[in-house]
Design a protein around this ligand. Structure first.
Ligand code: NAP
Length: 313
């Protein structure tokens, strides 16, 4: 086994790269497992206008390229493999990606969360081209246009309410005839004159992949089987997120919804020396800038932990 690393970072969204920048600049020679699909959720979006520092906004993928280059510039080492297993119950920790296992004195988990998708090929093709999973990121592009939101939970209500301030109208498509959202969110959405509900209905197809943008949506009433098409400019899928925590189950404490538990106001997990940053530990804010902020916190906390536990390490 190779030498023990001071800091191993798992994941490569804004949290992972920010942790790498801080750890590298602190001379901790971080090793990052970026994963095959590096870059996180911003790789699925187009213009990002709310990340501070970019007056005219910046597309998600180049923003992530910038973060990657910045982390590389300070010497962060990157491996493009997916981590398949971790052992956080022993010291040093072990992190395994396929055939490679490394030892680590601290681990920063920044594996993010993935938005649940409907699962249509057309949805995937038009992601970032009219299909979005984030109203605060992309809602602005649909000012005075026809917006559709899929889902019946708090996220869908929150997205619909946010989008109602921007769009001409917002249609919420839900697969049942009752909402899962909390009473207060339901009431707000139901009494909003700009929001219309389409019940017992699923999205059957997103059109038009050939045009490279969303022009309409084909809907199917799940009770009557009736299929129809309605013009839509922006389709927001808000059917929940899944934190990428499968490999950490039983290794650090998780919330009942599978997000990693951290000590409030810190990135410290239940395993001393293991820190969690970004969406993997955040089901409230879920913003690139908050992820970057907690990535910074995780690196600083890792540095302090190393000083306290392994002075001279
Ligand atoms: P959620 O509560 O799991 O709701 C997901 C919704 O999407 C449900 O209505 C579900 O339908 C629907 N859905 C799931 N899979 C679907 C599919 N394949 N096709 C069509 N519809 C599908 O998720 P969430 O709304 O993201 O909320 C997650 C948690 O965060 C909740 O605890 C929520 O309270 C919390 N949250 C709170 C706030 C707030 O308080 N402001 C905001 C956002 C989230 P069914 O109802 O038929 O299952």
């Amino acid at each position: 086994m190779a030498t023990t690393r001071k800091v191993v970072i798992i994941g490569s969204g804004p949290a992972g790269f920010t942790a790498a920048i801080y750890a590298a600049r602190a001379n901790l020679a971080p090793l990052m497992f970026t994963g095959f699909q590096w870059g996180g959720q911003l790789m699925l979006t187009t213009l990002v206008e709310n990340y501070p520092g970019f007056v005219d906004g910046i597309d998600g993928p180049p923003l992530m390229e910038h973060l990657k280059s910045q982390a590389k510039r300070f010497g962060a080492e990157m491996v493009g493999d997916d981590v398949t297993e971790v052992d956080l119950g022993r010291r040093p920790f072990r992190v395994t990606a396929g055939d490679t296992t490394v030892e680590a004195l601290t681990v920063i988990i920044a594996t993010g969360a993935s938005a649940k998708l409907i699962g249509l090929a057309s949805e995937a093709k038009l992601m970032g081209r009219g299909v979005s999973t984030c109203a605060t990121c992309d809602g602005f592009f649909f000012k005075d246009q026809n917006i559709m939101v899929v889902g019946g939970g708090d996220s869908a209500m929150e997205e619909a309410l946010y989008l109602s301030r921007l769009g001409r109208q917002v249609q919420v498509v839900h697969r049942r005839d009752a909402l899962r959202a909390s009473k207060i969110m339901q009431e707000r959405a139901l009494k909003n004159p700009k929001i219309e509900f389409i019940w017992d209905t699923a999205v059957d197809e997103v059109l038009d992949p050939d045009k490279g943008k969303v022009t309409s949506v084909r809907l199917k009433n799940l009770k009557s089987g009736v299929v129809w098409e309605t013009p839509v400019d922006g389709l927001f899928v808000a059917i929940g997120h899944l934190p990428n925590t499968a490999i950490f189950k039983g290794q650090v404490d998780l919330h009942p919804n599978d997000y990693i538990k951290v000590l409030p106001g810190t990135t410290q997990t239940s395993a001393p020396g293991v820190f969690a940053a970004g969406d993997v530990a955040d089901f409230t804010y879920r913003q690139a800038v908050t992820a970057a902020g907690t990535g910074c916190m995780a690196a600083l906390e890792a540095e302090r932990y190393l000083e306290a536990q392994y002075s001279g390490a």
